[in-house]
Design a protein around this ligand. Sequence first.
Ligand code: SF4
Ligand code: F3S
Length: 106
Amino acid sequence: TYVVTESCIKCKYTDCVDVCPVDCFREGPNFLVIDPDECIDCTLCVPECPVEAIFAEDDVPEDQRDFIALNAELAKVWKPIIEKKAPPADADEWAKVKNKRGMLER
Ligand code: SF4
Ligand code: F3S
């Protein structure tokens, strides 16, 4: 499966959503996750993300490994998002911020 990591938080550009052939993105207030039960490992979403938030499970960086379980957990409670929408007005500012995991809203 593929996994959304920290850099998506408060950026939520949603370019990834438009290319997913199986609509497996789920949307929270300021972050998206991938439902690991639905992802077919097509890789199409990876190059679409402007902040390089998406990794294959095996390639998730060491300091982001907790996002694997977090994607699975939140995918169970968040609703599907199937179309790209406008990012938050301050998304480009947050794109430069590295440590944002404390900002994740559920
Ligand atoms: Fe969707 Fe493919 Fe990305 Fe999985 S790898 S989330 S199936 S676009
Ligand atoms: Fe997030 Fe990147 Fe998609 S910022 S919403 S994973 S395009």
